[in-house]
Design a protein around this ligand. Structure first.
Ligand code: SF4
Length: 320
């Protein structure tokens, strides 16, 4: 699914508003044909429709749709949707991301309750919550994360909660507030190797992101920490291995690695498709470096198989 224009929010004049206005004057990057190991089936099942109906009825936003995730058919068929809180518009403009960019609207104060209800309706044992970047808010949206975690805990105390947060850059006290809400898994993606930050993640800082995850472990060592990388953006194997070492130094428990897929012609170009064998090799190396859990496949995404992976993560810690 590639979305260049946002028809839902098109002005009455009929002019379509681009999803990524800041990218419109960039040169086009050709979209490479996907190799056989990337192909996924179009979603058709009634279970998929049931998940879609709950999301629509509650007026919730999912990263599955906004990021045009290739796994949506498989995940939604199993009721695994990843909720994206704090709106559908991001204040950053990363070169890899399909989420709409611009100035977001007001925070929906009813969202924590709606998400808690959706968790019950979908019967989720494990839920993943992410958000857009909200550089416009004084706390970066941290208190909204806390409210969502608390609302789920109150109504579904047995459901485990995984959060995938922005970097809360220049938001003093924000990360601490979220850590203290005690999610079961605190995920923040490094996304790529430091050399490519300026090109791929220009609004972020590699060492700030790394330190954020280290701070989670320092403040609450029981919380699992997780981080992810996209590959196929031009990084070298040595650079990926260096990031793995950095992550282990920060105490990160769980590493995800997946293939970068280019959402539109205006996004960063794919350098190459990393083969399934290379992913296997990354997994072997990462396990040898001491991660408790590793998921490295072309279609791995932060929240892909998050529920069963969380069970394995817990089992791996218990076996230490
Ligand atoms: S991998 Fe994550 S973002 Fe993609 S469809 Fe599954 S739950 Fe949604």
């Amino acid at each position: 699914m590639t979305v260049l224009f946002d028809k839902a929010n098109a002005p009455a004049s009929g002019m379509q508003k681009p999803r990524h206005p800041e990218k419109q004057n960039r040169p086009d990057n050709a979209i490479l044909r996907k190799p056989s190991w990337i192909r996924v089936k179009a979603p058709t099942s009634s279970a998929f429709s049931a998940t879609r109906d709950i999301v629509k009825k509650k007026g919730l936003v999912t990263v599955c749709e906004e990021a045009a995730c290739p796994n949506i058919g498989e995940c939604w068929e199993k009721s695994h949707a990843t909720f994206m809180i704090l709106g559908d518009t991001c204040t950053r403009a990363c070169a890899f991301c399909n989420v709409k960019t611009g100035m977001p609207g007001a925070v929906d104060l009813g969202e924590p309750a709606k998400i808690a209800e959706a968790v019950i309706e979908m019967g989720l044992q494990h839920v993943v919550i992410t958000s857009v970047d909200r550089d416009d808010l004084s706390d970066g949206g941290a208190n909204h994360f806390v409210n969502v975690i608390n609302a789920i805990r109150e109504t579904s105390p047995k459901t485990t909660i995984e959060i995938l947060t922005p970097d809360f850059l220049r938001k003093d006290g924000a990360v601490e507030a979220v850590i203290d809400a005690k999610p079961d898994v605190f995920n923040h993606n490094l996304e790529t190797v430091p050399r490519l930050y300026l090109k791929i993640r220009p609004g972020a800082r590699y060492f700030h992101s790394l330190r954020l995850l280290e701070r989670v472990k320092d403040r609450d060592p029981q919380q699992f920490t997780k981080s992810g990388l996209m590959v196929g953006l031009g990084e070298t194997k040595e650079e990926v291995m260096q990031v793995m070492d950095d992550m282990r130094s920060a105490g990160i428990d769980f590493l995800t690695i997946g293939q970068y897929l280019q959402p539109t012609r205006k996004h960063a170009a794919i350098d190459r498709f990393v083969t399934p064998d290379e992913f296997k090799a990354y997994e072997t190396i990462a396990r040898a470096k001491g991660f408790l859990m590793v998921s490295a496949t072309p279609l791995t995404r932060s929240s892909y198989h998050a529920d069963s992976d969380f069970a394995q993560l817990r089992a791996a810690r218990a076996a230490l």
